[in-house]
Ligand binder design. Structure first.
Ligand code: SF4
Length: 344
């Protein structure tokens, strides 16, 4: 059976090329072709001998994501649906803003965390992505958009990245290693899997952390995010307070504002108290209504009032505009509609 060359970690690739009777530096050449030049065949690797390329063709293959569908929003947001080797599908979203092109990538097919406000959560977990499948989202989008420079990457697509930490860490190493993106330009968003946050910080210090918080009491957070029963609010906040986040860096707290659920003045004041002593910034995300759900977006005045309370206390608080509302940009929506059409 042929080997999936992108499945191999660097040390395994070295052993693989040595097994073909080659010098270890050939592994580095192959890595450069895969991650700097996005080669999709061994025949492109012209600094390898013809014999080696033929040998590689016999013994290995280079997997690629299959683009199934892409949609472009009026605001420029582009959403991509990709098919994996086993027929599963994942989404990635490109958000161009000024001189930034931020790519939001998925780390799992589906998700087991069942957050009440999330479409992906309704799918349940189908499987974890491998590191190469995470990185291939970046490569596939670059190829589809003819070499577009992706300036920032956010792990905010389908899945909870810290339920798949090993593969996510390996993906970050490939993106920041051979692909050359600075760790400062990568943000990982988590619902707060406490032990894995620490492990992530040890393995790839310097990436940005975003905590999907969404509530200021255990009662409300338990209701919105079942993960809170395992890792309650106070413990999560204490861990955030203890993280070595580095000078001039801040932890982002994401807060989806849902009408009548978590958007009161009292919530804003409790949030202030929770964040005391943490270098924090807050992203408020007005809930983006989806079909068959009772949650509503709060009125604009409520959103502004919530923001004002935090800002007046000196916390940088942004209201994140919904991107790509017209193209089903809420995570999981495109996949869901594709499966409806396909009957999956
Ligand atoms: S919000 Fe994130 S962690 Fe929660 S169900 Fe959706 S994908 Fe999973």
């Amino acid at each position: 059976m042929r080997v999936n060359i992108k499945q191999l970690r660097e040390a395994e690739l070295v052993r693989f090329v040595e097994g073909l009777g080659q010098e270890p530096y050939r592994a580095r050449q192959i890595i450069n072709w895969l991650y700097k030049r996005y080669a999709s065949s061994f025949d492109e690797m012209t600094d390898l001998s013809k014999e080696l390329r033929e040998e590689l063709n016999r013994k290995a293959f280079i997997p690629e994501l299959r683009p199934l569908k892409s949609l472009t929003s009026r605001d420029g947001t582009k959403k991509f649906l990709f098919e994996l080797d086993d027929g599963e599908t994942i989404e990635s979203v490109l958000i161009p803003e000024g001189d930034r092109n931020t790519l939001c990538i998925s780390s799992q097919v589906g998700c087991r965390r069942a957050c009440r406000f999330c479409i992906t959560g309704r799918l349940g977990l189908r499987r974890d992505l491998k590191a190469f499948e995470i990185v291939d989202q970046v490569i596939a989008v670059k190829k589809l958009l003819r070499g577009l420079r992706i300036t920032n990457i956010v792990f905010m697509g389908m899945g909870e990245p810290l339920d798949n930490t090993d593969e996510v860490i390996e993906a970050i190493k490939r993106i920041t290693g051979p692909m050359g993106l600075s760790k400062k330009r990568i943000t990982l968003s988590t619902v707060g899997i406490i032990p894995e946050i620490r492990r992530l910080y040890r393995a790839v210090p310097g990436i940005n952390l975003a905590i999907s918080l969404n509530a200021t009491t255990d009662e409300t957070r338990n209701r919105l995010m079942p993960v809170n029963r395992e890792y309650p609010l106070r413990r999560l906040i204490d861990v955030c307070r203890s993280l070595p986040i580095g000078p001039r860096r801040r932890i982002t707290f994401e807060y989806i504002l849902i009408d009548g659920v978590n958007d009161s003045d009292e919530d804003a004041k409790r949030l202030l108290r929770l964040l005391r002593g943490i270098r924090a910034k807050v992203n408020l995300i007005p809930y983006n209504p989806v079909p068959n759900h009772t949650f509503k977006r709060p009125p604009d005045e409520r959103i502004s009032a919530f923001q004002r309370i935090l800002r007046d206390a000196g916390i940088t608080t942004l209201i994140r505009k919904s991107k790509g509302v017209d193209i089903e940009a809420a995570c999981g929506q495109l996949r869901a509609s594709y499966l409806r059409v396909r009957g999956g």
